[in-house]
Ligand binder design. Structure first.
Ligand code: SF4
Ligand code: SF4
Length: 435
C-alpha cells in the first residue's frame, strides 16, 4: 500500500454516502483474521500515516471455528503459549511506539483484530483508550477499529464502542443459510442468529459499523440475495472478501470452500449491476470504489490493488511483528517491539523487499493486461500457480477479476468522467439507472 490520496480528492468522496471518504492507504485498511478489510468513514481530512499496524490482543484465539479461517492455525507459532492475552507491557509499548511513529499524522487509528479481539475483555480496551489519551499530543485525533465476529457484543460493549467512537467491522456472510455452513461455534452450532443480534444492537446503540462478507463457494453463487439481505439489514458499507485457501498437497488448487474465479467474477458483476443502477451514493461497496479510484488515476487505498504493498503489518499478542496478516510465518517475523523499535521494524530492508515482491514477482501476463492499472496482479497470497509458459504465479481469481473489470468498464468510464467534471459519480444512474 503506498501513496496518499490528494487533499482535493473530495470529488471521489461523492461516490459513497455523505460521510464516506478514503483515508491514506494504510490507515484506511485493516486486514482482519479472515483477510477482511475495514475502511474508516469519517468527515476528517486525510491522514499522513503511511503504515498500519493491526494488533491481535488475543493472538489467533477465537470463540468460533470458521471452516475457512486461515489464522486459527497460527497458534502453532507459539506452541508454549498458555496466556495469549496481550500483556500490559506490550500494550503500552504498542500505543507509545505507534503514536511516536505516526507523529506527523493528525489522526492515528488503532486497529484491533484476531482471532477474536473481544476475547481480551472490555477492560483491556478501556485501558488501551486511556493509554492512547495519555500518550497523544494535544490536537491529535485518535481512532480505533475493531474487527469482530460479534458473538460477545452485548449492551455494555456497544455503549463503550459508541462512546469511544470505534469503527466496528462485523463478519456476516449473508442470510443465515449462507452464513451458517462455514461460520460456526467449535461444536458446530450455527452463529448467524447471534451475529444478527449483534448487528441490531450495534444499530440500536448508534455504533458505526461495516459488514465484512467473506465470499466463498456457497454465497458466491447467490450474489443478489447476499447484497439485498445486507442492504435490508441497514448495511451501508460492504466489503466483499474472496476466500482463497490453497489446497494442501495439490499445488495450484484451492480448497472446496474457496470461491472459484468464475463465481467471483459473477458475484461482483451481478452486484455491480444492481448497485450501479440504483445504489451509487447510497451504498458503499469497497471493490467498486477501489476500481473507480483506479479509473480516476488515483492510487486505490487498498493494498491488493496497489503496485507494491507491505504497509499493513500485524502485531501479535506478545509484541512480534509480521509482514502481513497473510504472511504470519517464521520467515516473515520481523522482530518484537519490546526488543527493537517499531519504526526500525516497519522500515526494515526485509519489509521493503516484501513490499516490492508484489510488483516484481508479477507474471508478464499481468504487466501486459489492460486492467493491470486497477488490479496490479491482486494479492500475492492468492497467486497460486503460474499461467502456462510463465514462471511467476498469477492470481487464482484472475479470470474473475478480468470479467468484472471488463463488465464494469463502461460504467467506470462514465463515473470517472463525471468526477473529472466535478459531478458526483451517482449521475451514472441517470443514464443507466432504473429511475
Ligand atoms: S500480501 Fe500485500 S496485497 Fe496481500 S494482503 Fe498482504 S499487504 Fe495486502
Ligand atoms: S486481471 Fe488477471 S492478468 Fe489482469 S492484472 Fe489482474 S491478475 Fe493479472
Amino acid at each position: 500500500m503506498a501513496g496518499l490520496l490528494p487533499r482535493d480528492d473530495s470529488r471521489l468522496l461523492s461516490i459513497s454516502p455523505g460521510r464516506a471518504r478514503f483515508e491514506t492507504p494504510a490507515a484506511a485498511l485493516t486486514a482482519g483474521a479472515s483477510g477482511l478489510i475495514l475502511v474508516r468513514m469519517a468527515a476528517a481530512p486525510p491522514i499522513a500515516a503511511d503504515f498500519q499496524l493491526m494488533a491481535k490482543p488475543m493472538g489467533p484465539r477465537c470463540n468460533l471455528a470458521c471452516v475457512y479461517c486461515f489464522y486459527r492455525g497460527k497458534e502453532a507459532l507459539y506452541p508454549d503459549e498458555r496466556h495469549w492475552k496481550m500483556r500490559p507491557a506490550v500494550l503500552e509499548a504498542y500505543v507509545r511506539q505507534y503514536l511516536a511513529c505516526l507523529h506527523r499524522a493528525p489522526e492515528v487509528t488503532f486497529a484491533w483484530q484476531g482471532g477474536e479481539p473481544t476475547l481480551a475483555g472490555l477492560d483491556f480496551y478501556k485501558r488501551a483508550v486511556a493509554l492512547q489519551r495519555a500518550g497523544a499530543p494535544p490536537g491529535r485525533r485518535i481512532g480505533n477499529s475493531l474487527q469482530t465476529n460479534g458473538i460477545l457484543l452485548d449492551d455494555a460493549w456497544c455503549r463503550f464502542l459508541r462512546d469511544e467512537n470505534f469503527l466496528v467491522g462485523l463478519s456476516l456472510d449473508g442470510p443465515p443459510e449462507l452464513h451458517d455452513p462455514y461460520r460456526v461455534f467449535p461444536d458446530g452450532r450455527p452463529t448467524a442468529a447471534r451475529v444478527l443480534d449483534a448487528l441490531a444492537r450495534l444499530r440500536r446503540h448508534g455504533v458505526e459499523f461495516n459488514v465484512l462478507c467473506s465470499v466463498h463457494r456457497l454465497n458466491a453463487a447467490r450474489p443478489r440475495e447476499v447484497y439485498e439481505f445486507l442492504r435490508e439489514h441497514g448495511v451501508k458499507f460492504m466489503q466483499f472478501i474472496p476466500i482463497v485457501v490453497p489446497a494442501e498437497g495439490a499445488p495450484g488448487a484451492a480448497t472446496p470452500e474457496s470461491v472459484t474465479p468464475e463465481l467471483w467474477g459473477g458475484f461482483l458483476c451481478e452486484i455491480f449491476d444492481v448497485w450501479v443502477r440504483r445504489d451509487v451514493g447510497a451504498v458503499f461497496v469497497q471493490a467498486f470504489d477501489m476500481t473507480l479510484a483506479a479509473w480516476t488515476g488515483r492510487v486505490p487505498p487498498l493494498c491488493v490493488m496497489n503496485e507494491t504493498c507491505g504497509r499493513a503489518l500485524i502485531l501479535e499478542h506478545n509484541g512480534d511483528v509480521y509482514s502481513c496478516d497473510h504472511f504470519a510465518t517464521p520467515d516473515h517475523r520481523l522482530g518484537n517491539i519490546l526488543q527493537r523499535p517499531l519504526a526500525e521494524i516497519v522500515n526494515s530492508p526485509r519489509q521493503a523487499a516484501f513490499a516490492r515482491d508484489k510488483r516484481d514477482r508479477r507474471p508478464a501476463s499481468c504487466r501486459a493486461c489492460r486492467y493491470d492499472f486497477a488490479c496490479r496482479g491482486e494479492c500475492p497470497k492468492n497467486r497460486l500457480a503460474p499461467p502456462p509458459g510463465e514462471d511467476q504465479p498469477r492470481s487464482w481469481l484472475c479470470s474473475g477479476y478480468f470479467r468484472f473489470f471488463e463488465h464494469s468498464a463502461p460504467f467506470m468510464g462514465q463515473m470517472a468522467e463525471a468526477l473529472a467534471r466535478g459531478l458526483p459519480a451517482a449521475v451514472v444512474m441517470r443514464q443507466f439507472g432504473n429511475g
